[in-house]
Write a protein that binds this ligand. Structure first.
Ligand SMILES: *[C@@H]1O[C@H](CO)[C@@H](O)[C@H](O)[C@H]1NC(C)=O
Ligand SMILES: *[C@@H]1O[C@H](CO)[C@@H](O)[C@H](O)[C@H]1NC(C)=O
Ligand SMILES: *[C@@H]1O[C@H](CO)[C@@H](O)[C@H](O)[C@H]1NC(C)=O
Ligand SMILES: *[C@@H]1O[C@H](CO)[C@@H](O)[C@H](O)[C@H]1NC(C)=O
Length: 218
């Protein structure tokens, strides 16, 4: 707080913008009504998310304008973070380090993302290109799909059901093969070159694909 007050003179506009966002968040949190049904809660949250994204977009534009008048290095607001792929209305990131499924889940969460939910051909096409561009030793990547809770009931990380599967059916995937351990294979990877999925033991290590919503910037 001292920091903000001391710098108010020089960073007035930016400081205010940040404060408005904070106050907005606090107010919207405090005034939220208890929803009667889950559907109402979802639509209320969607509305709030939309408002927040619009506000973010406005602030981004103001920040960009401000930055052009400053000698400080310009901060660009982009729909996806630098180095991420923009596919449809989503951003994707292919890691080069490997980890098990749970750590990979956390590593995506730590950067405000989640393991990828792949639902379209377009996503697979672009990820295939990117996988080839990166090259490297690995072609299998974690995606946010598992049947940990209930064998054979594959769910995405947002709890949504699997509607458009892309299993490698020629190799009888998913086969819950027990050769990797008695827990079987409860987590899924995408083979970036063939665009098909395999179930593998969650304790194996692979690089990951993280995903987040692209920002709408007008
Ligand atoms: C940036 O400078 C231009 C020209 O001096 C001015 O018209 C504009 O309002 C300034 N923008 C901000 C955000 O201060
Ligand atoms: C911001 O975008 C402009 C125009 O695309 C570019 O020239 C500049 O290098 C970018 N700045 C940063 C910090 O990325
Ligand atoms: C997962 O993360 C934990 C905590 O950082 C670490 O101890 C463990 O070795 C990691 N697992 C793998 C497979 O690297
Ligand atoms: C399980 O994997 C092992 C090793 O890859 C393989 O030899 C075996 O045929 C597989 N079993 C099934 C049922 O696919």
């Amino acid at each position: 707080m001292m920091h903000l007050i001391q710098k108010k003179g020089t960073l007035g506009i930016r400081g205010h913008a940040v404060l408005y966002v904070l106050i907005g968040l606090l107010v919207s949190g405090a005034s939220s009504q208890a929803a009667d049904t889950p559907e109402q809660e979802v639509s209320s949250l969607k509305l709030k998310l939309n408002l927040l994204m619009n506000r973010y977009s406005l602030l981004c534009n103001r920040l960009s304008n401000l930055a052009t008048n400053c000698s400080a290095p310009a901060i660009n607001c982009t729909v996806c973070p630098e180095g991420w792929l923009h596919i449809e209305d989503q951003c994707f990131f292919l890691s080069t380090d490997r980890d098990d499924y749970f750590n990979s889940t956390n590593k995506c969460t730590e950067i405000g993302a989640h393991l990828a939910i792949l639902t379209t051909k377009e996503q697979h096409d672009v990820l295939e290109q990117e996988g080839k561009r990166i090259g490297g030793m690995y072609t299998y990547y974690w995606i946010g799909l598992s049947d940990i809770d209930n064998e054979g009931d594959w769910k995405w990380v947002d709890s949504s059901k699997l509607k458009t599967p892309s299993w490698d059916v020629l190799k009888s995937e998913p086969d819950n093969n027990l050769s990797g351990g008695l827990d079987g294979e409860d987590c899924a990877v995408v083979h970036s070159y063939t665009q098909t999925w395999y179930d593998v033991p969650c304790s194996f290590t692979y690089p990951r694909i993280c995903q987040m919503d692209a920002l709408r910037l007008q």
